[in-house]
Design a protein. Structure first.
Length: 144
């Protein structure tokens, strides 16, 4: 029920990791994620460690889900001398095309321990239902 929008996104992410480049607003770095169905909803989990909730933007326009986040440098005292800096800073983004069978009006988001979890319920119209067949006085129900 989810479609990747850019087949080269994973290649970009690997290149950025190898070169140590950071994302910018015009070319954000990819956000690693897992997506799975759990009962009557889809769950999307994205790794955003070290990002404050006010730096995460979640947007749905039609069926396009966009998550953007920015990891900003931590404020340090003037007498701090940096010895090693490996944690990536900058802008991270992920876009997903959601199927029409998902209810984008009821998406919930939770951010715990650096993981953003989105839950998207399956729309009622997409769930299996019984359909009655009428033929005079004889009606029969089938699974749809």
């Amino acid at each position: 029920m989810l479609m990747r929008t850019d087949p080269f996104r994973e290649l970009d992410r690997l290149t950025q990791q190898m070169l140590g480049t950071t994302g910018t607003w015009s070319r954000p770095a990819a956000v690693p994620m897992d997506a799975y169905r759990e009962g009557d909803e889809y769950v999307i989990m994205m790794d955003l460690p070290g990002v404050s909730t006010d730096a995460i933007d979640i947007d749905v326009e039609r069926n396009m889900l966009t998550v953007k986040a920015e990891r900003r440098p931590v404020e340090k005292a003037d007498d701090v001398q940096m010895e090693l800096s490996e944690r990536p800073l900058g802008v991270f983004s992920r876009q997903l095309m959601l199927a029409d069978t998902l209810d984008t009006e009821k998406i919930t988001a939770d951010y715990t321990a650096g993981v953003l979890t989105l839950r998207i319920p399956i729309a009622e119209r997409a769930k299996p239902r019984k359909i009655a067949i009428g033929s005079g006085d004889n009606r029969k129900e089938i699974s749809g």
